[in-house]
Design a binder for this molecule. Structure first.
Ligand code: PMP
Length: 367
């Protein structure tokens, strides 16, 4: 039987083993119902308990204030690229929105929003996404319906270390790849969303947190499943919710709580990412980080092997040797090349250290 791998994938990503074991244990007979969670009606009392507990746990873990609603949606992060403008573009008459574009995901979000209103990219255009611009460079429109940004660009590995100040304009944040990796002041946001498949569960469910006063402004042609007000009013059950995915999300949330919450997740993610960045910085140029140090992501660490542009043969060898040691998915996104180590919550410090030790050894042998 194959051993469990050390999975550095950017998502779908590793889940805590205890979560998988619990799901396995409960697979055929959930809570003495004689059914699996997949077979439960989404209107049953057992499933109602699952979804309510998941909602409560998101609220507890992230300290979500009572004037915010939490829903579980289908359609992924990409679905939210449409849902956000559909629900919020009409907040103000001008139907325009500000987008801070710092990588592929925020660029995609901006492009999708153009279908529904006027999109203003507020930061200077970048040739490559290797930094987060200073806030003072943003050309924000006080008449915008909302300001959108992506807290962690999964492909490029840049992470915001600050929350943009929007002077009262609702702030919308894609936290798909760093939600629950540190505490956040939810009250600074209008809407936060995150696809679950990186830090908080498996693909198929997206957590959306919405400030109450932003509900009820959806475009009349908004597909009803994407209408925040309808889903809030129906406890995410206007239609059949992704029941099993919500169950797995719930198990991950319980796991986060048991580990010590987002404060602990933050400590661990800083430790893990620092140890990998230290290898890059202490490698005499053998490994090259591609991102400016002040905005390096704790979640996705991109780097080249053999020089700033990477050495093709060495990078191939690096991946092969890593795979012999049971480490997988270290290859960077095809649009940027090189390597990328994703270090989400479920990846343990010990696993990160296996990578660190391997990288040091590989450098000694190949520099
Ligand atoms: N936003 C971010 C930051 C992402 O990393 C991703 C997926 N990798 C998406 C949005 C798109 O999510 P999905 O594939 O669930 O539509």
């Amino acid at each position: 039987e194959a051993p469990r791998v050390i999975n550095f994938s950017a998502g779908p990503a590793k889940l805590p083993e205890s979560v998988l074991e619990k799901a396995q244990h409960e697979m055929l007979n959930y809570n003495n119902t004689g059914q699996s969670v997949m077979e439960l009606s989404h209107r049953s009392s057992d499933f109602t308990k699952i979804i309510n507990a998941a909602e409560k746990d998101v609220r507890d873990i992230l300290n979500v204030p009572s004037n915010y609603k939490i829903i579980f949606q289908q359609g992924g992060g990409t679905g939210q690229f449409s849902a956000v403008p559909l629900n919020l573009m009409g907040l103000k008459e001008g139907h325009c929105a500000d987008y801070i574009v710092t990588g592929s995901w925020s660029a995609k979000a901006a492009k999708e929003a153009e279908k529904y209103g006027k999109v203003n990219v507020v930061n200077p255009k970048m040739d490559k996404y290797t930094t987060i611009p200073q806030e003072s460079t943003f050309n924000l429109n006080p008449e915008a319906s909302y300001v959108f940004y992506c807290a962690n660009e999964t492909i490029h590995g840049v992470e915001f270390q600050y929350i943009p100040e929007t002077n009262g304009v609702p702030l919308v944040c894609d936290m798909s790849s760093n939600m629950m990796s540190r505490p956040v002041d939810i009250s600074k946001f209008g809407v936060i969303f995150a696809g679950a498949q990186k830090n908080i569960g498996c693909a198929g469910v997206t957590v959306v947190i919405i400030r109450e006063d932003l509900l009820g402004h959806a475009h009349p042609k908004t597909p009803i499943t994407f209408d925040y007000k309808v889903q809030v009013g129906n406890n995410s059950l206007y239609n059949t919710a992704p029941t099993y995915n919500i169950y797995i999300l719930g198990l991950v949330l319980q796991w986060v709580k048991c580990q010590g919450g987002v404060e602990r997740m933050e400590q661990l993610s800083s430790m893990k990412s620092k140890s990998v960045y230290d290898v890059l910085d202490n490698s005499n140029g053998f490994y090259c980080g591609t991102i400016e140090p002040h905005c390096r992501s704790r979640m996705n660490v991109p780097f080249r092997v053999g020089g700033p542009e990477g050495d093709e043969a060495l990078e191939k060898k690096f991946l092969e040797e890593a795979s012999k040691r049971n480490m997988i998915s270290l290859k960077g996104h095809r649009s940027v090349g090189g390597m990328r180590a994703s270090l989400y919550n479920a990846l343990t410090v010990e696993e990160a250290m296996v990578l660190v030790n391997f990288m040091n050894e590989f450098r000694e042998q190949n520099q």
